[in-house]
Design a protein around this ligand. Structure first.
Ligand code: ATP
Ligand code: CA
Ligand code: CA
Length: 439
């Protein structure tokens, strides 16, 4: 999102890592794209290629938090996994190869969304906010490689899948540093529209409450199941859209159950068409940090830093200008037709067809007042991994550990049941309420 995250520039502690990630992606993706397309073989799913890079650091170069001798050479190693599979995946997801490279390899690098989850993963947005780089644990990495064929087949059979779209799997290693595994995936949220409320839903109530005190100060907080229920929120899809949505979710969850995956969630960003798009410029609650500090002044925890208000406003304006100079984006009324003006955006997926999202509908299937940007995220947690982690947590009472580590089959059923049950039109919700109070 426009105002979320910290720009990763030369003064950022993770600049080298981010730079190496992008350099590696640029090199490996171009390398594969340069070849003639061909069908996949079984070996493509296991393929891995290792590369060594020399990075030259100029004399006058310095950046925060790192003791770099000028003029030294910094080498890094880069590993590219299943490049042909991901090339095909990108094509299935409707990505333009050139566009992908441009987004991920601009000089003005990325912005970092700190570590929004508990897992310790880092998130980086491409400069145009279309893509997210998420660092993943070795276990998740191994698991993705293991299930890649299943994932690929599923995506091929389900062009409208709600699952996270994976575009690349790589590893970077700096000398004496640790190995960092990461995936490139779709940013569910659009660069050009404010998201007025964000929810991360699992269908569980345990620990699924975000403290709402002071929420105004943090309008981009990700709320959870209990907040959703308390607000009596719904995914307002009329009959046609609800059917499509629930059926796709069922197919996606079936795969996750089969692969013994759990702990995933439905990420939902709500854009309120009534509120429009100006909020984040007026947002008085943005945390401010002082840019222009000395190099070396970087805080060890960059996660607490957000861009200054001025910087954010400028960036937002820039981006909006950029979007304006592209063609205007019409809101498609029927929503089943593809908007043909949304350049570089998903055109393949039914759920991302309304300006990158999925618009609410009324009972008669006429368009509603909100656009939902949604998808199933964090789907690389294998059941065994969860159990192992919980075993380490000796402090947990039996009851608690049972609740959180419910088996994948039940996890999926509960997830489906919850999300389906909150998918209803405003009219239906009001009717149900009236009926309830009548009894
Ligand atoms: P944990 O395991 O503790 O849940 P995690 O590090 O695995 O955390 P995720 O659950 O994948 O992180 O994501 C954390 C948050 O990052 C989400 O709630 C959401 O706000 C944001 N996020 C993750 N994936 C996406 C995406 N594809 N598009 C937009 N935002 C995302
Ligand atoms: Ca999660
Ligand atoms: Ca996770």
């Amino acid at each position: 999102r426009v105002v979320v995250g910290t720009k990763v520039d030369q003064n950022h502690v993770n600049w080298v890592t981010a730079y190496n990630m992008l350099t590696g992606i640029r090199f490996t993706v171009s390398r594969t794209n340069a070849k003639m397309d061909r069908d996949l073989t079984d070996a493509d799913f296991d393929a891995k290629h290792k590369f060594s890079f020399d990075m030259y650091v100029p004399e006058d170069f310095s950046f925060a938090g790192n003791e770099l001798t000028p003029s030294a050479k910094y080498d890094f190693k880069f590993k590219d996994y299943a490049p042909w599979v991901f090339r095909h995946l990108r094509s299935i997801f409707g990505l333009d190869p050139a566009d992908y490279l441009v987004s991920l390899t601009s000089k003005y690098i990325l912005s970092e969304l700190g570590s929004p989850g508990k897992s310790g993963s880092f998130f980086y947005f491409s400069r145009d906010y279309k893509y997210i780089i998420k660092t993943i644990h070795h276990g998740e990495h191994k698991f993705l490689r293991k299930i890649l064929k299943n994932y690929y087949d599923h995506v091929q059979e389900n062009p409208n899948t709600l699952l996270s779209q994976f575009y690349g799997l790589h590893r970077v290693k700096i000398p004496y540093g640790r190995k960092i595994h990461f995936v490139v995936m779709n940013n569910l949220f659009p660069p050009h529209r404010d998201i007025h409320r964000t929810f991360d839903l699992k269908g569980s109530t345990i620990g699924r409450d975000f403290k709402e005190e002071g929420l105004e100060e943090n309008p981009r907080a990700t709320l959870k199941d209990l907040n959703w229920l308390r607000r009596d929120q719904h995914l307002e899809f009329g009959p046609a859209k609800k059917k499509a949505f629930v059926e796709q979710m069922q197919r996606d969850v079936k795969l996750l159950q089969k692969l013994h995956i759990m702990d995933y969630s439905m990420l939902i960003g709500i854009h309120d068409l009534g509120k429009g798009n100006e909020e984040n410029l007026r947002d008085k609650t943005l945390q401010v940090f002082q840019p222009g500090g000395e190099a070396g002044d970087a805080q060890p925890n960059m996660l607490t830093r957000t861009p200054s208000k001025l910087e954010s406003a400028r960036k937002a304006k820039e981006l909006r200008q950029m979007i304006k100079t592209q063609k205007p984006v019409p809101m498609d009324q029927t929503a089943t037709k593809m908007p043909d003006e949304l350049e570089g955006q998903q055109k393949n997926n039914y759920f991302y067809v309304d300006d990158g999202g999925f618009r609410a509908t009324h009972e008669d299937d006429t368009p509603g007042e909100e656009i939902y940007y949604l998808g199933i995220i964090d789907c690389l947690t294998h059941y065994n991994l969860i159990k192992r982690i919980e075993h380490r947590w000796k402090g947990l009472t039996n009851e608690e550990s049972q609740i959180s580590a419910i088996p994948p089959e039940r996890y999926g059923d509960r997830f489906l049941k919850f999300i389906s049950s909150v998918t209803k039109t405003r009219e239906a919700a009001e009717r149900e309420k009236a009926e309830e109070s009548a009894h």
